[in-house]
Design a protein around this ligand. Structure first.
Ligand code: NAP
Length: 319
């Protein structure tokens, strides 16, 4: 059997790496299962790896690139002795301690054992799952206006969604695009009143109501979207160079289903700081926060999880 780590951290975004820094400095030799390289936010470093300039992280007066910021977090954790495994949790067993984590396959004995566990697996953008979307990701399809808006100067942009994210993305994209069309599946927006007012007042933004994107068109790059009107069933196409999907996020919690209490959207419920319903398992960052979803709040809750773990281990008696 593998050695039992005092604390295993799943995830390496701002929450996981802050937890790693704090637990490393508490001499708990954290073992970080950092995720696997991919085009989504469950890769090492999390969602900030898909971002360019971060201008609101305190301390960086002139801004910092998302991947650079996460590189700094990681170096800082490593400096104090955090260990990293570039893999992801494929299965966990939280029914008894030490907790088991399978990182290579879901069969056989666990690859990693943990006295305590910090879940910081984050959230990822929801996708439409229509033809063309995956193929054209990075070739006109994006989930991040702040990352990719710049590429669509004086071009036609479509934003899909009707929540605050969609309108925020749409407003931001009017800085670059010739025009921005928000495609929403109903006639009422879900977004807050103030965001709606702002969007309606922006003459570069127009709306396609009751419409869904059924395909993203283009060979090497996006050239438009196919739309169906859900009320009239009419189909047409809309020319576009960029398609920003902004229909919400989903937490990376599938692996914990049936073990950790979650809300109706799959976000882990925490109480009394970062505690989950399983004694010895803590959760921090976007995996348990669908409200704030900022690097700084994720980092803050990573710090909380580290302190909670430290106190919990202390109470258990270090073994
Ligand atoms: P959201 O509020 O859940 O909105 C998702 C939108 O996408 C909804 O309008 C939904 O349509 C639509 N949608 C969902 N699945 C779809 C699909 N398969 N096809 C087409 N449309 C689909 O998500 P969000 O906008 O990301 O916001 C999440 C949370 O963050 C909210 O609490 C929001 O207030 C907050 N937020 C705040 C700010 C801000 O204050 N600056 C900015 C961003 C986000 P329906 O309306 O028909 O369900």
């Amino acid at each position: 059997m593998p050695e039992t780590h005092q604390v295993v951290i799943l995830g390496s975004g701002p929450a996981g790496l802050t937890a790693a820094i704090y637990t490393a400095r508490a001499n708990l030799s954290p073992f970080v299962v950092e995720g696997e390289p991919s085009s989504t936010s469950d890769q090492p470093g999390g969602q900030l790896m898909l971002t360019t300039e971060v201008e609101n992280y305190p301390g960086f007066v002139d801004g910092v690139l998302g991947p650079d910021l996460m590189g700094r977090f990681r170096d800082q954790a490593a400096r104090f002795g955090a260990e990293f495994l570039t893999s992801k949790a494929r299965r966990v067993d939280l029914s008894s301690r030490p907790f088991g984590v399978w990182t290579h396959s879901t069969e056989g004995d666990p690859d990693v054992l943990a006295r305590s566990l910090i879940v910081a697996t984050g959230a990822r953008a929801l996708m439409l799952n229509v033809p063309g979307e995956a193929r054209l990701m990075g070739h006109g399809v994006s989930t991040c206006a702040t990352c990719d808006g710049f590429f669509f100067r004086n071009q036609k942009i479509v934003v899909v969604g009707g929540g605050d994210s969609a309108l925020e993305e749409a407003s931001f994209l009017t800085r670059f695009g010739e025009n921005v069309t928000v495609v929403h599946r109903r006639k009422e927006l879900r977004a807050s009143k103030i965001m709606q007012d702002r969007a309606f007042a922006n003459d570069k933004i127009d709306f396609r109501w009751d419409a869904v994107v059924t395909e993203i068109l283009g060979d090497a790059k996006v050239r438009g979207v196919a739309l169906t009107n859900l009320v009239t069933n009419e189909q047409d196409t809309l020319e576009a160079d960029g398609v920003f999907v902004a229909i919400g996020h989903v937490p990376n919690t599938t692996v914990f289903a049936g073990m950790l209490d979650m809300d109706e959207n799959g976000y882990i419920r925490t109480t009394d700081g970062t505690r989950t319903n399983v004694d010895g398992v803590f959760a921090c960052g976007d995996v348990q926060d669908h409200v704030y979803r900022q690097a700084i709040t994720a980092a803050g809750s990573g710090c909380m999880a580290a302190i909670d773990v430290e106190r919990w281990l202390e109470a258990q008696g270090r073994g």
